[in-house]
Design a protein around this ligand. Structure first.
Ligand SMILES: NC(=O)c1ccc[n+]([C@@H]2O[C@H](COP(=O)([O-])OP(=O)(O)OC[C@H]3O[C@@H](n4cnc5c(N)ncnc54)[C@H](O)[C@@H]3O)[C@@H](O)[C@H]2O)c1
Length: 313
């Protein structure tokens, strides 16, 4: 009998790739999403399969998924700054009530549980690169606090379910991930740059472009999530690509790959935008035997191909 997975946030960017991977590995999937930022298009290729079921549902409420599950994955959240700033209350609910609802299912079924947390838990970090033992530098009442604190609460709740009820939990602290099926207009840097580049518009950099980021290709990330989900590690594990570059360097890479002479324009930096972001993945290497394999160039090529089909030339 195949292993049964319950995935929240399944119609989103990472969730849809996770569903693909689980099905490819011979498992069956019940996919939950309220489509607040996700899209049925991301799962359209799975429609009609007997091992896959999509249920449109808000996981902060009653979850309409029958039967017993072996793995419960909680990815549902507003995930991009543009979306969580527009929906702060829903964002806090997805870290709190929704996380609890998904944890209760794992507890009921004796299932494994994995929550996707974020590097935003480190806030605007004072340590660099960020190691899991660093507690972070977060503004608890800033504009971004709805996301950062929601995820910090989700981590605390997950640990409490493990410690109190013995649920087999995992916490993934995901750093910037990119790839096909990212939402075009969600304000994240990769789709924003690609959208502008494909339209021949200047690439917009917020601040002077000296802030750093690191970008992990989605296939690598999903591989890390799979390894983490069967590991015995209960404390958070960073998953991301440690290759760090400035936003200005990144814009220049995209310009080179697109073979265009795009301008770069600068706009004021938003509040609480982290200046440096790079994962220390020694723990993932040690505990999971995982590290990213896809180069930025190869990942960007796949992503550009996907966005070319979406954006009219
Ligand atoms: N992509 C990244 O770089 C990144 C980085 C750090 C953490 N994460 C985390 O990974 C997870 C997936 O992110 P993503 O990039 O795929 O974002 P996404 O917006 O593409 O996917 C999130 C999905 O959750 C759904 N959702 C939100 N609230 C819901 C609710 N109450 N009920 C049901 N569905 C709901 C949305 O409709 C969407 O399909 C999120 O938890 C996010 O915080 C992502």
């Amino acid at each position: 009998m195949s292993v049964r997975h319950l995935v929240s946030g399944a119609a989103g960017f990472i969730g849809s790739h996770l569903c693909d991977r689980l099905l490819r590995d011979g498992h069956s999937v019940v996919a939950l999403d309220n489509l607040i930022t996700g899209s049925r298009r991301n799962l359209a290729h799975l429609e009609g399969r007997t091992d896959f079921q999509f249920v449109e549902c808000d996981v902060t409420g009653k979850i309409a998924a029958d039967g017993k599950f072996d793995h419960v994955w909680h990815l549902a959240s507003l995930a991009s700054p543009k979306e969580y700033l527009a929906h702060p209350l829903e964002t806090l609910e997805s870290g709190s009530t929704a996380t609890r609802n998904m944890l209760e299912i794992a507890r009921r079924d004796g299932a494994r549980f994995l929550v996707t947390s974020t590097s935003e838990c480190y806030g605007d970090p004072l340590e660099h690169p960020q190691v899991e033992t660093y507690w972070g530098h977060v503004n608890p009442v800033g504009m971004r606090s709805c996301y950062d604190e929601s995820k910090r609460y989700a981590e605390a709740l997950t640990m409490a379910f493990h410690r109190t009820h013995g649920v087999r939990t995992n916490i993934a602290r995901i750093f910037n991930t990119y790839g096909p099926r990212m939402a075009l207009n969600d304000g994240r840097v990769v789709p924003a740059f690609l959208d502008q580049a494909l339209r021949g518009e200047p690439l917009t950099i917020f601040g002077d472009g000296s802030q750093t980021r690191s970008f992990c290709y989605v296939a690598d990330l999903v591989d890390g999530l799979m390894k983490l989900s069967t590991s015995e590690e209960r404390l958070p594990v960073n998953l991301g690509n440690p290759a760090e570059l400035t936003i200005l360097q990144f814009a220049e890479r995209i310009r080179d790959l697109m073979g265009s002479k795009l301008e770069i324009k600068f706009e004021p930096l938003p509040e609480d935008d982290p200046k440096k972001r790079r994962p220390d993945i020694s723990k993932a290497k040690r505990v999971l035997g995982w590290e990213p394999k896809v180069s930025l160039e190869d990942g960007l090529k796949e992503t550009i191909t996907y966005f070319r089909e979406l954006v009219p030339a």
